[in-house]
Design a protein. Structure first.
Length: 484
């Protein structure tokens, strides 16, 4: 019993020491001694500035340890301090007990809406934060447009689909930068120095509060009203709450027409991609988000779908939007899926007046892998007459196999695997190069960039990919692209 108490006490002290080293006292600005391990460091100037201002603390041995990884809990503590977040939400993560120092910081982060937990109801405060996770947090805090998923980084294909738009937006603002070798290294653990640089650069771009007042860092949270319970997610239509204009002679406002979605279903389903179809009743924008299937899943609200969420503070696997014309079929591809797995795609549509449809659900199961399958696809650079997509297949060190591709207009009927292999459309007509071809130089397990040329401006295309030979082909993978 005594030993258990000692271990618990040591664990508590270790956590308190870690956060006290991370955060300073936020007193008046004064020159702090230059720690020996930041002298000559690329982030020395900013680290020293934060030390002087009390935003950052050093260790008892006179070091800052700038290259040490920063955890999720430590990162939100810094964000809260620099952005002045003080309002707290009620959090019930099973690994964030009210007795832990991080509980208050997580409560502020959740209230601010820039981070959530995992689907197993954990927050994992001691888990090192990755660079791509930091990009998502940055995009949420600064409310960046994450629709563009193209980046300049050589390892763009390694950036998770759920973070690629955030990485693109944050890197465009020079808040997150790449490495000298042209890579981003999305899964690399974020260092203390990188965290200081990212948060410091983010503050420069932070949105102003209502009334034009920009919040400033605070030393301690002020008392805030207890948060009220949020309504449970529903699948009911959301109508713009703005009042309608009155009719002549003092008549009341008109009742808006509630948008609807019909015919929500799927077309091609590969091992890692799927094609989803629906028909909206209004001209506007379709939003979608993808989640792993669960028999007891509750559909997110239309606003959550728009924000790429599948529940309160839970990100979907991938999400996006597409312009829609009333009573015209809309199709989009979802990717980043796993073979032989069930998924739910939630879709909703909004019109130009801000009225939203109910959330519709498309349930599908990806194909099992056969042969040497395609293991990942994604969009890269889009031009007016060119486009670049990426794919990978097999496992590193495996046998090299040819990859067949076919490019057809977005409205074309889907060909069979054998027709794709033969470079033919669904009617059996040959599709000329460069709209069909074979890649023989792609190494297994390594992302390969396929550059497409001869395309038309502002046009949607479908890119089909398969591997195999003779009459044995992998599941067909399909990704839609749209030129500028």
């Amino acid at each position: 019993m005594i030993n258990r108490m000692k271990k618990k006490w040591r664990g508590l002290m270790t956590g308190l020491l870690g956060i006290s080293m991370l955060l300073g006292s936020l007193g008046s600005v004064s020159a702090a001694p230059v720690p020996k391990d930041i002298q000559g460091h690329w982030a020395q100037a900013q680290l020293q500035d934060w030390l002087n201002k009390g935003y950052l603390g050093g260790y008892p041995d006179g070091t800052v340890k700038p290259n040490n990884s920063i955890t999720r809990g430590e990162y939100v503590a810094l964000v809260n301090r620099l952005f002045g977040y003080t309002e707290k939400a009620t959090v019930g993560f099973k690994d964030v007990k009210s007795t832990k120092w991080v509980h208050s910081e997580v409560a502020k982060a959740v209230a601010a809406g820039y981070i959530g937990g995992y689907q197993d109801n954990t927050f994992r405060p001691d888990k090192p934060l990755s660079r791509q996770e930091a990009a998502v947090i940055t995009a949420k805090i600064l409310k960046l447009n994450t629709q563009t998923t193209t980046t300049k980084f050589k390892d763009n294909a390694q950036i998770a689909a759920w973070s690629r738009g955030s990485v693109a937006a944050a890197s465009t603002l020079k808040i997150l930068n790449g490495y000298p070798d042209g890579t981003f290294k999305p899964k690399r653990e974020l260092t203390r120095a990188e965290a200081v640089g990212i948060i410091g650069s983010s503050v420069v771009h932070k949105p102003t509060a209502p009334g034009g007042v920009t919040p400033t860092p605070t030393t301690a949270p002020t008392a805030t009203p207890a948060p009220t319970a949020s309504p449970a997610p529903t699948s009911t239509p959301v109508v713009n709450p703005g009042g309608g204009s009155g009719g002549g002679g003092g008549g009341g406002g008109t009742t808006p027409t509630v948008p609807t979605v019909s015919g929500a279903t799927y077309g091609y389903v590969g091992s890692v991609t799927a094609d989803v179809y629906l028909t909206p009743s209004v001209t506007g924008t379709v939003y979608y988000v993808v989640a792993p299937y669960s028999s007891n899943a509750t559909a997110p609200t239309a606003m959550q779908v728009k924000d790429g969420l599948i529940g309160t503070n839970m990100n979907g696997l991938n999400h996006g939007s597409k312009t829609a014309v009333a009573n015209t079929s809309v199709a989009f591809s979802v990717y980043g899926l796993q073979p032989g797995t069930e998924y739910l795609t939630y879709v909703t549509v909004t019109d130009s007046s801000g009225n939203w449809s109910a959330v519709s659900t498309v349930q599908l199961k990806t194909a099992a892998t056969t042969g040497t399958p395609i293991t990942g696809v994604g969009r890269l650079e889009m031009g007016t007459a060119t486009a670049a997509v990426h794919f990978s297949y097999g496992q590193t060190g495996g046998a090299v196999v040819p990859v067949k591709y076919l490019v057809l207009p977005g409205t074309a009927a889907d060909p069979s695997a054998q027709q794709i292999a033969n470079g033919q459309n669904s009617s059996g007509s040959a599709v000329a190069v460069p709209f069909s071809g074979t890649v023989t130089s792609a190494a297994p397990g390594t992302p390969y960039t396929l550059n497409l040329t001869g395309l038309s401006a502002n046009t949607e295309y479908k890119v089909y990919l398969i591997t195999g030979s003779d009459n044995t082909w992998s599941p067909v993978e399909l990704i839609r692209i749209h030129t500028k």
